[in-house]
Design a protein around this ligand. Structure first.
Ligand code: AQP
Length: 329
């Protein structure tokens, strides 16, 4: 079975963007691939985190994956925490020593996140090397991701190719798996930007854990435009196109069907339709989430994932260690 691998940072509560770009793809393909699904807590600390909140977000993320439909009982499903596998950091260091600095500082995410702070950590610069290690340790064929992480997967591909050329065939060259609908869910208040879990605007992102009232309020106050026409045009009508996309992701219909359903009506009806679709999907997910938390199964799932991921990663790391000349012959 080919391998699928993805992770969602526990840098806050998960958003409907994280669902569209990451979780929903895992749920759709989990029976077809051996799946490595991890919580990248080491990535989260590239910007400051409160330790207590980080612990909580890690467990909440796992519970949310499962509540959204990830099946931890599948034999080919491995769920684990990045920091519980030391090979990720070890391989990341080796990659840092094989990546030109300029390749890291030209990443879109680095530019956007470093611009938000007066100073930034070296971890924010080298984040893509750690992400490359996350992927390449497991010979993943596909990396389900939103459009924002595509550039990082490309860096991992380039590293794998360069490494293989220099040291021999060690890594599988991965490919990003980008959904056709929902690869970039936009910020509800500033549709030029993508929706993010770490936003500081309380109306910008819908979280998977939001109450029905919060979801409706945020979607009803989404920024649109003034021409009053419902059509899908991401460049000229990003707000309206975003609402149509969210409707499509959460109702399961195509963008064309979403346009056909709402065209000719007002933006108020469109927003209400979108809010209904999101609420209808997320309310049962939240019930399931509470059950997962109460089940007390998360530790057992993570123990299994830690053991399995360490076994696979150890084998790959041993190949790399020898190839670069570390230690004794
Ligand atoms: N707005 C989005 N639309 C579609 N997909 C998205 N993803 C993130 N935002 C959107 C996808 O979700 C997965 C997990 O992302 P991540 O948590 O590893 O990091 P991120 O991309 O930096 O996500 P956030 O929500 O913006 O987190 P913060 O605010 O901490 O930076 C990835 O597949 C990502 O593409």
């Amino acid at each position: 079975m080919d391998r699928l691998l993805t992770g969602l940072q526990p840098s806050g509560a998960l958003t409907i963007g994280n669902y569209a770009g990451g979780i929903s793809q895992i749920v759709n393909y989990q029976k077809d691939y051996e799946t490595f699904l991890f919580v990248p807590d080491m990535h989260a600390i590239t910007v400051p985190q409160d330790p207590e909140a980080l612990h909580r977000n890690i467990i909440n993320a796992i519970a949310m994956y499962i509540a959204c439909g990830v099946d931890p009982d599948l034999e080919n499903m491995h769920i684990y925490i990045q920091s519980e596998n030391l090979y990720h950091a070890n391989l990341s260091w080796i990659f840092e020593c094989h990546t030109p600095h300029g390749d890291l500082t030209r990443m879109h995410q680095f530019k956007a996140k470093s611009a938000l702070h007066e100073t930034f950590t070296e971890g924010l610069v080298t984040y893509p090397d750690l992400m490359a290690a996350d992927i390449l340790l497991y010979d993943a064929k596909y990396v389900p991701t939103g459009i924002d992480q595509k550039q990082h997967v490309e860096l991992a591909r380039n590293l794998a190719i360069r490494f293989n050329n220099r040291y021999g065939e060690i890594f599988r060259v991965p490919e990003p798996m980008i959904p056709t609908i929902g690869a970039k869910i936009r910020d509800l208040q500033n549709p030029e930007q993508k929706m993010s879990k770490s936003t500081t605007n309380p109306k910008a992102s819908v979280f998977l854990s939001d109450t029905e009232k919060q979801i409706r309020k945020k979607i009803m106050s989404a920024v649109t435009d003034s021409d009053g026409v419902i059509k899908f045009d991401e460049e000229n009508k990003p707000g309206v196109s975003n609402l149509l996309t969210i409707y499509s992701v959460f109702s399961g219909c195509s963008i064309e069907d979403a346009v056909a359903k709402f065209e000719g009506g007002g933006y108020g009806d469109l927003k209400k339709g979108v809010a209904d679709a999101v609420v209808e999907k997320l309310m049962p997910v939240q019930e399931e989430y509470n059950k997962v938390i109460e089940s007390g199964r998360i530790n057992e799932i993570l123990d299994e994932g830690r053991e399995f991921s360490n076994k696979i990663a150890a084998e790959k790391y041993e190949q790399v260690r020898k190839a670069v000349g570390f230690g004794r012959i």
